[in-house]
Design a protein around this ligand. Structure first.
Ligand SMILES: [Zn+2]
Length: 466
């Protein structure tokens, strides 16, 4: 049996429709391997439909535009050049006629022009750019190339995927407005007139480290990226992120994320973070009704480390007593009793101190750690709250949800594979595209950039195909 697939081209102008053959499938007996389309056949089908569709569209465009739009005289053809246009369904070579400008147009400085060049300002289809950027933000460039080549009739060059992803990142970045010292607008009077927001926003911010690459130097160490996530009761959560030493508009980036979540000036915001200066500066002058808290997760992490150190001591080092002290320190911070907690940390630290210093002894290390913990709590004292009370009211006290964000934005794509090393610029760009993907915004951005790109939700297509 033979199955022929054809397309019918109807110009809707009264001319008879044209039938064009697309592909021919042959089948003998019914077998599992030949029931329905193979991947190869589906690729051929798509490739040929694409080629036919595009050649019809181009032909029609040339037909419509080959006359002068003033005197309607047909323009003379000077010659032809070729445009290579890459799509999801194959690379096409389009014949691009070069026409002489009409003699009726005395002002034109150009004697000739290429007809398709202005309309095809990019030589790669938006749909292809979208999939290249989306997949490379989720998996490696090499894997992206494999996925695309596996299911689509195309050759997916790794350097082209890399180039597209960076181009998309630059475009996303260019839309973040200039950095400002303060993003608070208006005055209290105006804010009070706004409808009261039904629930507060909680923003967790934390940092993660990425393996550095500087030219051929493979031992360049690490650099820091900051990642944050905002949670709201009804809106879907959003993320933002940047490479600290590379980015010059972090605050504006944070503000953009808040705007996307429908933030308004009379809304309460709680910022949860570890005590670092970069992160602390970022949160200032963003929202008038904001609260800045040291997050509980980072506090307990430090106490847990000390507990493990205590457990590693010999019993005659008053192990049980030290353990009880730590419990009490934790209890006091949990209830927001900073002064009492500081007293207790101080005496804990004293108890760990030994006159005969052995710098490598476990107890000495514990003493040093306790001392640092004291400084940490003291310098963050104004950001410590009554966690017990917040917890009782069901309010978030911890950025452990941000730990998960650091993992999904940075670690999974950029850290897990040890051999992967990044430049600051490369990592920053990858973070931008990855966040757009994770925030479920990348498709919308493309539809905004290319308004004619059909904004069919991928899920809708999947549902109708189910
Ligand atoms: Zn003319």
């Amino acid at each position: 049996m033979k199955i022929l697939v054809q397309v019918i081209v109807d110009h809707e102008n009264g001319d008879p429709a044209i039938i064009k053959p697309i592909v021919e499938f042959k089948r003998e007996d019914l077998a599992l391997g030949t029931l329905g389309l193979t991947i190869g056949e589906s690729k051929l089908l798509l490739k040929n439909v694409q080629s036919e569709l595009i050649s019809q569209q181009v032909e029609q465009y040339i037909f419509k535009h080959k006359t002068c739009n003033q005197c309607h005289k047909e323009l003379k053809i000077k010659g032809y050049t070729e445009i290579a246009y890459r799509t999801l369904f194959g690379k096409l070579k389009l014949s691009n006629p070069r026409l002489y400008a009409c003699s009726c147009n005395k002002e034109s400085k150009k004697r000739s022009f290429s007809l398709l060049s202005s309309v095809l300002s990019e030589r790669i289809a938006p749909e292809l750019q979208y999939l290249q950027a989306k997949w490379s933000s989720l998996v490696s460039y090499g894997m992206t190339s494999n996925i695309l080549e596996d299911v689509l009739p195309m050759h997916a060059n790794i350097s082209s995927i890399f180039y597209t992803t960076h181009k998309v990142a630059k475009r996303l970045d260019a839309e973040i407005s200039e950095e400002k010292y303060c993003f608070i607008n208006g005055c209290e009077n105006e804010w009070n007139k706004l409808p009261y927001p039904n629930s507060p926003l909680t923003i967790g911010i934390d940092g993660g480290y990425i393996h550095a690459r500087e030219g051929s130097n493979r031992k360049a160490g690490w650099f820091e990226a900051i990642v944050g996530k905002s949670l709201h009761e009804t809106h879907p959560s959003k993320r933002f992120g940047f490479v600290c030493k590379y980015d010059d508009k972090p605050k504006s980036r944070l503000n953009t994320m808040l705007q996307k979540q429908g933030f308004q000036m009379n809304q309460d915001i709680v910022f949860l973070s570890d005590g670092g200066d970069t992160v602390r500066d970022l949160q200032q002058n963003i929202a008038p009704y904001s609260e800045h808290l040291l997050d509980w997760f980072h506090i307990t992490m430090r106490i847990t480390v000390m507990k493990q150190m205590v457990n590693g001591l010999l019993p005659d080092n008053y192990r049980d007593q030290l353990d009880k002290q730590l419990e009490s320190i934790k209890w006091n911070i949990w209830h927001g009793n900073v002064n009492k907690a500081l007293d207790k940390i101080s005496s804990f630290s004293d108890d760990c101190y030994e006159e005969e210093l052995d710098k490598d002894s476990k107890k000495h290390k514990l003493w040093k750690y306790a001392d640092e913990f004291y400084t940490y709590i003291e310098s963050n004292r104004y950001y410590i709250t009554n966690y017990a009370e917040r917890h009782r009211y069901g309010e978030i006290i911890s950025t452990s949800f941000v730990e998960a964000t650091v993992n999904e934005v940075i670690s999974k794509r950029m850290v897990k594979k040890q051999q992967m090393r990044w430049t600051q610029e490369g990592a920053h760009r990858m973070i931008q595209v990855r966040i757009a993907t994770l925030n479920n915004e990348l498709r919308d951005e493309f539809c905004r950039w290319y308004p004619n790109m059909n904004n069919v939700n991928d899920n809708q297509v999947l549902q109708s195909a189910a």
